[in-house]
Write a protein that binds this ligand. Structure first.
Ligand code: URA
Length: 240
Protein backbone atom coordinates (compact mmCIF):
# COMPACT_ATOMS: atom_id res chain seq x y z
CA UNK A 1 0.00 0.00 0.00
CA UNK A 2 1.48 3.33 -1.01
CA UNK A 3 0.09 6.59 0.26
CA UNK A 4 0.86 9.33 -2.22
CA UNK A 5 0.25 12.96 -1.37
CA UNK A 6 -1.77 14.01 -4.43
CA UNK A 7 -2.48 17.58 -3.40
CA UNK A 8 -3.00 19.43 -0.15
CA UNK A 9 -5.30 17.56 2.21
CA UNK A 10 -5.79 14.71 -0.19
CA UNK A 11 -4.41 11.20 -0.37
CA UNK A 12 -4.44 8.69 -3.16
CA UNK A 13 -3.95 5.22 -1.77
CA UNK A 14 -2.98 2.42 -4.10
CA UNK A 15 -3.62 -0.96 -2.56
CA UNK A 16 -1.74 -3.36 -4.71
CA UNK A 17 -2.08 -6.88 -3.47
CA UNK A 18 -0.76 -8.88 -0.55
CA UNK A 19 1.97 -7.27 1.56
CA UNK A 20 2.46 -10.24 3.84
CA UNK A 21 1.24 -13.85 3.62
CA UNK A 22 -1.50 -12.93 6.13
CA UNK A 23 -3.19 -10.59 3.68
CA UNK A 24 -5.50 -12.35 1.22
CA UNK A 25 -4.96 -11.45 -2.45
CA UNK A 26 -7.37 -8.90 -3.80
CA UNK A 27 -7.81 -6.80 -6.85
CA UNK A 28 -6.15 -3.46 -7.12
CA UNK A 29 -8.17 -0.78 -5.42
CA UNK A 30 -7.57 2.89 -6.05
CA UNK A 31 -9.44 5.58 -4.22
CA UNK A 32 -9.00 9.09 -2.99
CA UNK A 33 -10.13 10.52 0.29
CA UNK A 34 -10.25 14.23 0.89
CA UNK A 35 -9.01 15.48 4.20
CA UNK A 36 -7.02 12.59 5.58
CA UNK A 37 -4.20 13.56 7.90
CA UNK A 38 -1.52 11.02 8.77
CA UNK A 39 0.66 12.46 11.53
CA UNK A 40 4.33 12.30 10.72
CA UNK A 41 6.40 12.62 13.88
CA UNK A 42 9.14 10.44 15.37
CA UNK A 43 7.50 10.41 18.82
CA UNK A 44 4.20 9.28 17.31
CA UNK A 45 6.02 6.56 15.38
CA UNK A 46 7.79 5.39 18.56
CA UNK A 47 4.52 5.26 20.53
CA UNK A 48 2.83 3.37 17.74
CA UNK A 49 5.73 0.91 17.73
CA UNK A 50 5.19 0.28 21.45
CA UNK A 51 1.50 -0.35 20.79
CA UNK A 52 2.22 -2.71 17.90
CA UNK A 53 4.76 -4.77 19.89
CA UNK A 54 3.07 -7.97 21.10
CA UNK A 55 5.32 -7.92 24.20
CA UNK A 56 3.79 -4.64 25.45
CA UNK A 57 1.65 -5.36 28.51
CA UNK A 58 -1.80 -3.85 29.16
CA UNK A 59 -0.69 -0.89 31.35
CA UNK A 60 2.11 0.09 28.96
CA UNK A 61 -0.26 -0.21 26.00
CA UNK A 62 -2.79 2.08 27.71
CA UNK A 63 -0.06 4.58 28.53
CA UNK A 64 1.19 4.67 24.91
CA UNK A 65 -2.41 5.03 23.68
CA UNK A 66 -2.98 8.01 25.98
CA UNK A 67 0.18 9.71 24.78
CA UNK A 68 -0.53 9.05 21.11
CA UNK A 69 -4.11 10.31 21.59
CA UNK A 70 -2.61 13.57 22.79
CA UNK A 71 -0.68 13.93 19.54
CA UNK A 72 -3.69 13.00 17.41
CA UNK A 73 -6.01 15.46 19.17
CA UNK A 74 -3.32 18.13 18.96
CA UNK A 75 -3.36 17.69 15.17
CA UNK A 76 -7.14 17.40 14.96
CA UNK A 77 -7.72 20.74 16.67
CA UNK A 78 -4.93 22.61 14.91
CA UNK A 79 -7.20 24.75 12.70
CA UNK A 80 -10.06 25.21 15.18
CA UNK A 81 -11.35 28.78 15.45
CA UNK A 82 -10.46 30.62 18.66
CA UNK A 83 -12.04 33.50 20.57
CA UNK A 84 -9.75 36.22 21.82
CA UNK A 85 -9.99 37.80 25.23
CA UNK A 86 -7.80 39.84 27.58
CA UNK A 87 -5.96 38.12 30.40
CA UNK A 88 -4.12 39.85 33.24
CA UNK A 89 -0.57 38.63 33.79
CA UNK A 90 1.25 39.62 37.00
CA UNK A 91 2.91 42.30 34.88
CA UNK A 92 0.42 43.55 32.28
CA UNK A 93 -2.54 42.64 30.11
CA UNK A 94 -2.05 40.05 27.34
CA UNK A 95 -4.30 38.97 24.52
CA UNK A 96 -5.36 35.37 25.14
CA UNK A 97 -7.39 32.79 23.23
CA UNK A 98 -9.76 29.93 23.94
CA UNK A 99 -11.26 27.32 21.63
CA UNK A 100 -14.42 28.93 20.23
CA UNK A 101 -16.39 25.70 19.75
CA UNK A 102 -15.09 22.87 21.97
CA UNK A 103 -15.96 19.54 20.32
CA UNK A 104 -18.19 16.75 21.52
CA UNK A 105 -15.94 13.74 22.18
CA UNK A 106 -17.46 10.37 21.30
CA UNK A 107 -15.43 7.32 22.31
CA UNK A 108 -16.62 4.15 20.60
CA UNK A 109 -16.80 1.55 23.37
CA UNK A 110 -14.90 -0.36 24.37
CA UNK A 111 -11.58 0.43 22.69
CA UNK A 112 -12.20 4.19 22.45
CA UNK A 113 -12.41 4.43 26.25
CA UNK A 114 -8.62 4.57 26.50
CA UNK A 115 -8.57 7.77 24.42
CA UNK A 116 -11.28 9.87 26.07
CA UNK A 117 -9.59 10.84 29.33
CA UNK A 118 -6.59 12.38 27.60
CA UNK A 119 -8.72 14.09 24.93
CA UNK A 120 -11.05 15.65 27.51
CA UNK A 121 -8.14 16.77 29.70
CA UNK A 122 -6.71 18.60 26.67
CA UNK A 123 -10.04 20.30 25.90
CA UNK A 124 -11.69 20.57 29.33
CA UNK A 125 -14.76 22.41 27.98
CA UNK A 126 -15.62 19.50 25.69
CA UNK A 127 -18.68 17.36 26.32
CA UNK A 128 -18.57 13.57 26.06
CA UNK A 129 -21.08 11.25 24.39
CA UNK A 130 -20.84 7.47 24.05
CA UNK A 131 -21.54 4.86 21.41
CA UNK A 132 -21.24 1.14 22.22
CA UNK A 133 -20.40 -1.17 19.36
CA UNK A 134 -19.62 -4.89 19.55
CA UNK A 135 -18.31 -6.89 16.66
CA UNK A 136 -20.01 -9.99 15.27
CA UNK A 137 -17.08 -12.40 15.02
CA UNK A 138 -18.74 -14.34 12.16
CA UNK A 139 -19.82 -11.50 9.88
CA UNK A 140 -17.33 -8.89 11.18
CA UNK A 141 -20.25 -6.44 11.15
CA UNK A 142 -20.71 -3.90 13.98
CA UNK A 143 -23.48 -4.68 16.47
CA UNK A 144 -24.61 -1.43 18.16
CA UNK A 145 -25.67 -1.92 21.79
CA UNK A 146 -25.67 1.58 23.29
CA UNK A 147 -25.82 5.24 22.36
CA UNK A 148 -25.76 8.26 24.61
CA UNK A 149 -25.54 11.42 22.52
CA UNK A 150 -26.98 14.96 22.70
CA UNK A 151 -30.13 15.34 20.58
CA UNK A 152 -28.99 18.40 18.62
CA UNK A 153 -25.51 18.47 17.15
CA UNK A 154 -26.07 21.15 14.52
CA UNK A 155 -23.00 23.38 14.35
CA UNK A 156 -21.13 21.21 16.86
CA UNK A 157 -17.71 19.77 15.95
CA UNK A 158 -17.55 16.09 16.91
CA UNK A 159 -14.42 13.98 17.47
CA UNK A 160 -15.08 10.23 17.26
CA UNK A 161 -12.41 8.30 19.17
CA UNK A 162 -11.69 4.74 18.07
CA UNK A 163 -8.14 3.36 17.94
CA UNK A 164 -8.85 1.07 14.97
CA UNK A 165 -10.48 1.97 11.65
CA UNK A 166 -10.75 -1.54 10.16
CA UNK A 167 -13.72 -2.22 7.84
CA UNK A 168 -15.12 1.20 8.74
CA UNK A 169 -18.49 -0.33 9.71
CA UNK A 170 -18.49 0.94 13.30
CA UNK A 171 -17.23 4.37 12.31
CA UNK A 172 -19.77 4.80 9.50
CA UNK A 173 -22.58 3.67 11.82
CA UNK A 174 -21.43 6.12 14.52
CA UNK A 175 -21.25 8.99 12.02
CA UNK A 176 -24.74 8.09 10.82
CA UNK A 177 -26.02 8.54 14.40
CA UNK A 178 -24.27 11.91 14.59
CA UNK A 179 -25.54 13.11 11.20
CA UNK A 180 -29.11 12.12 12.20
CA UNK A 181 -28.69 14.65 15.02
CA UNK A 182 -27.53 17.39 12.66
CA UNK A 183 -23.73 17.02 12.88
CA UNK A 184 -21.89 18.26 9.82
CA UNK A 185 -18.34 18.55 11.15
CA UNK A 186 -17.04 15.13 12.23
CA UNK A 187 -13.43 14.10 12.78
CA UNK A 188 -12.53 10.41 13.09
CA UNK A 189 -9.47 10.07 15.34
CA UNK A 190 -7.91 6.63 14.94
CA UNK A 191 -4.48 5.27 15.84
CA UNK A 192 -4.37 2.90 12.87
CA UNK A 193 -6.51 2.85 9.73
CA UNK A 194 -6.90 0.17 7.05
CA UNK A 195 -7.30 1.37 3.46
CA UNK A 196 -10.64 -0.48 3.39
CA UNK A 197 -11.88 1.62 6.32
CA UNK A 198 -10.67 4.84 4.71
CA UNK A 199 -12.53 3.85 1.53
CA UNK A 200 -15.71 3.11 3.52
CA UNK A 201 -15.57 6.55 5.12
CA UNK A 202 -14.94 8.20 1.80
CA UNK A 203 -17.76 6.32 0.07
CA UNK A 204 -20.21 7.04 2.90
CA UNK A 205 -20.44 10.63 1.65
CA UNK A 206 -20.63 11.86 5.24
CA UNK A 207 -18.88 15.08 6.25
CA UNK A 208 -15.86 13.54 7.94
CA UNK A 209 -12.14 13.99 8.07
CA UNK A 210 -9.65 11.46 9.40
CA UNK A 211 -6.66 11.99 11.66
CA UNK A 212 -4.51 8.88 12.16
CA UNK A 213 -0.98 7.78 12.96
CA UNK A 214 -0.80 5.15 10.21
CA UNK A 215 -2.58 3.75 7.20
CA UNK A 216 -1.62 0.08 7.34
CA UNK A 217 -1.50 -2.57 4.63
CA UNK A 218 -5.02 -3.93 4.82
CA UNK A 219 -7.32 -6.41 6.53
CA UNK A 220 -6.80 -10.14 7.01
CA UNK A 221 -9.52 -12.78 6.64
CA UNK A 222 -10.75 -12.01 10.19
CA UNK A 223 -11.02 -8.29 9.42
CA UNK A 224 -8.04 -7.49 11.65
CA UNK A 225 -5.72 -4.75 10.50
CA UNK A 226 -2.35 -5.99 9.17
CA UNK A 227 0.18 -5.48 10.64
CA UNK A 228 -2.01 -3.51 13.07
CA UNK A 229 -1.69 -4.05 16.78
CA UNK A 230 -4.23 -6.80 17.49
CA UNK A 231 -7.50 -6.27 19.35
CA UNK A 232 -7.24 -2.77 20.79
CA UNK A 233 -9.80 -3.58 23.52
CA UNK A 234 -7.99 -6.71 24.64
CA UNK A 235 -4.63 -4.97 24.49
CA UNK A 236 -5.92 -2.28 26.90
CA UNK A 237 -8.15 -4.26 29.23
CA UNK A 238 -7.22 -7.93 28.78
CA UNK A 239 -9.14 -10.58 26.86
CA UNK A 240 -12.90 -10.92 27.40
N1 URA B 1 -10.48 -3.95 15.89
C1 URA B 1 -9.33 -4.13 16.56
O1 URA B 1 -9.27 -3.95 17.77
N2 URA B 1 -8.24 -4.52 15.86
C2 URA B 1 -8.26 -4.72 14.53
O2 URA B 1 -7.23 -5.05 13.96
C3 URA B 1 -9.49 -4.52 13.85
C4 URA B 1 -10.57 -4.14 14.55
Amino acid sequence: CRALPARTNSLVIVLDGPQTPAVPPRKQLVFSFMDTHVIDHPLAAALLTTMRDERTDNPSFRSALRQLTQMLVYEAIRDAPVEEFDVRTPVDTARGVRIAHPPLLVPVLRAGLGMVEKASSMIPQSRVGFVGMARDEQTHQPVPYMESLPDDLAGYPVYVLDPMLATGGSMVHTIELLVQRGADDVTAICVVAAPEGVAALSESGFPVRLVTASIDQGLNENAYIVPGLGDAGDRQFGPR
